[in-house]
Design a protein around this ligand. Structure first.
Ligand SMILES: [Fe+2]
Ligand SMILES: [Fe+2]
Length: 219
């Protein structure tokens, strides 16, 4: 049974289906994964036991892999295949769509001016970050460097916090990804694509911060 004094990160690691519930209620289980579930619920005005009930209901479907029990090699492979590669591809498409929306609808007050620039900034910080993980940190984890990786892991977690700040700016710029009534198909697809990108980046960061890194350091 999940307890309110467990951290969001631990609950997400041991009950993968909890991430759907956390995303729904905007509980930050990735960069804010060290916070206790009960405390996070109180701050968000939610009843922790109602949230736990939702997680249990969600878990009935049985989906979600327990990455906290799988070999680290598999965790890394999954991150590369399901998060790094698609992120590089999808972000490019979303930047092109944002440019188009700003170009075509620039005169409308509801147009998300500056969104393409925010996405380009996120893209450049993510590319640099993922290159470091792929070329340095992940190979070091696989070679069993363990506690010696404390410094680079801390650096990566700091950069995850920066990604969180960038995501928040994008969310604000798009009014929580809610397209206005006059939005065209590209505009709507852009906002739903951004909502998906945010959810996936949170899952990605959670898997690194709360599962891969602590296990790699031998915690
Ligand atoms: Fe990553
Ligand atoms: Fe990362």
């Amino acid at each position: 049974m999940i307890q309110p004094n467990e951290t969001l990160g631990d609950v997400a690691a041991t009950h993968p289906e909890a991430t759907h519930v956390f995303l729904r209620h905007r509980l930050d289980f990735c960069c804010g994964g060290a916070q206790q579930l009960g405390e996070a619920c109180r701050e968000a005005g939610l009843d922790p036991y109602a949230v736990i009930g939702e997680i249990i209901a969600e878990g009935v479907s049985g989906e979600g892999v327990r990455w906290d029990t799988r070999p680290l090699r598999d965790v890394i492979e999954f991150i590369l295949l399901h998060y790094h590669e698609p992120l590089r591809r999808d972000l490019r498409v979303l930047i092109e769509a944002a440019r188009k929306v700003e170009r075509v609808h620039g005169k409308k007050p509801s147009c998300p001016q500056g969104l393409a620039a925010l996405l380009e900034q996120l893209e450049s910080e993510l590319h640099e970050h993922m290159d470091k993980e792929e070329q340095v940190l992940f190979p070091a984890i696989q070679s069993g460097a363990g506690p010696r990786l404390q410094m680079p892991v801390r650096m990566m977690m700091q950069e995850h916090d920066d990604h969180g700040v960038s995501l928040e700016r994008i969310r604000v710029r798009t009014g929580d990804f809610q397209p206005p009534a006059e939005a065209c198909a590209t505009w709507r697809a852009l906002y739903s694509g951004l909502a998906k990108l945010e959810a996936e980046l949170m899952q990605h960061i959670h898997l690194e911060n709360n599962v891969l890194f602590p296990r790699a350091l031998g915690a």
